[in-house]
Design a binder for this molecule. Structure first.
Ligand SMILES: *Cc1c(COP(=O)(O)O)cnc(C)c1O
Length: 232
């Protein structure tokens, strides 16, 4: 089932790339495996997936120990500061930095390990009360503040678009995130890259690719619906 789903998702990713004149290799597919048992991850791994997304520290930690070491783990969920230390050297990229306090903790823990941690800034493009993330207008100032942390490397921006019936409704948010990243790139801030745009999920990834996503985070279309009883 997962292999079939992955073939289907892959075809849709390719088609969206083609429609928008982009190269398939410019879009990274992240298999969002939160709540799913390792057998399912193994099937996706056998298909060729090497990027897996998790939103809970403990779950990422457990799966990290079990799964092969060439996986690039993606921390996509809201991160509590007291848990940063458990994943600091396990997540290849943290997608959800949205406060200076969190950045400070990441920097401190990274310094202890002598590493530089790749992060994205999470932006709440639709300004939903229920979502984490910086407001779009706060991002530029935030960039200028975060550069002081020597053990953090900003690689781009991430957004979680609203849940909508018609994915076209989210096109504006994806386009605006891209515009924001272009504006930031123009500032040429030292040590800040805007090469990654993490946007698009099961319901709207095709629109996100058309608007410039370089990473899409896809769970349901690969692994099926989630129920939230934690399993491993
Ligand atoms: C769960 C989750 C996804 C995947 O959502 P689907 O709709 O199942 O594809 C993507 N991004 C984040 C941040 C998530 O928490």
């Amino acid at each position: 089932m997962i292999t079939e789903n992955l073939k289907d998702v892959e075809a849709r990713v390719c088609a969206a790339c083609e429609r928008s004149g982009r190269k398939r290799e410019d879009v990274t597919l992240i298999a969002v495996s939160k709540t799913k048992p390792v057998e399912m991850l193994e099937e996706a791994y056998a298909y060729g997936c090497r990027y897996f997304g998790e939103n809970k520290v403990q779950e990422l930690d457990e799966k990290y120990d079990i799964m092969p070491k060439d996986i690039q783990w993606q921390m996509i969920g809201h991160l509590q500061r007291n848990k940063v230390k458990y994943i600091i050297d396990k997540a290849e990229l943290i997608h959800s930095v949205d406060s200076i306090r969190l950045a400070e903790t990441i920097d401190k823990e990274a310094a202890k390990k002598g590493i530089v941690v790749n992060v994205l800034l999470e932006v709440n493009m639709a300004k939903e009360d229920t979502k984490f993330g910086l407001m779009p207008e706060e991002v530029m100032d935030f960039i200028h503040e975060i550069v002081r942390f020597q053990h953090i490397k900003v690689q781009g921006l991430m957004t979680i678009a609203p849940f909508v019936e018609n994915p076209e409704e989210n096109r504006i948010h994806f386009a605006n995130l891209r515009k924001l990243s272009v504006d930031i790139a123009k500032e040429k801030v030292d040590n800040v890259s805007m090469s990654i745009l993490s946007m698009g999920m099961t319901n709207d990834f095709e629109v996100a690719i058309e608007e410039g996503a370089t990473m899409v985070r896809i769970g349901t279309a690969i692994f099926g619906e989630r129920n939230y009883a934690h399993q491993i």
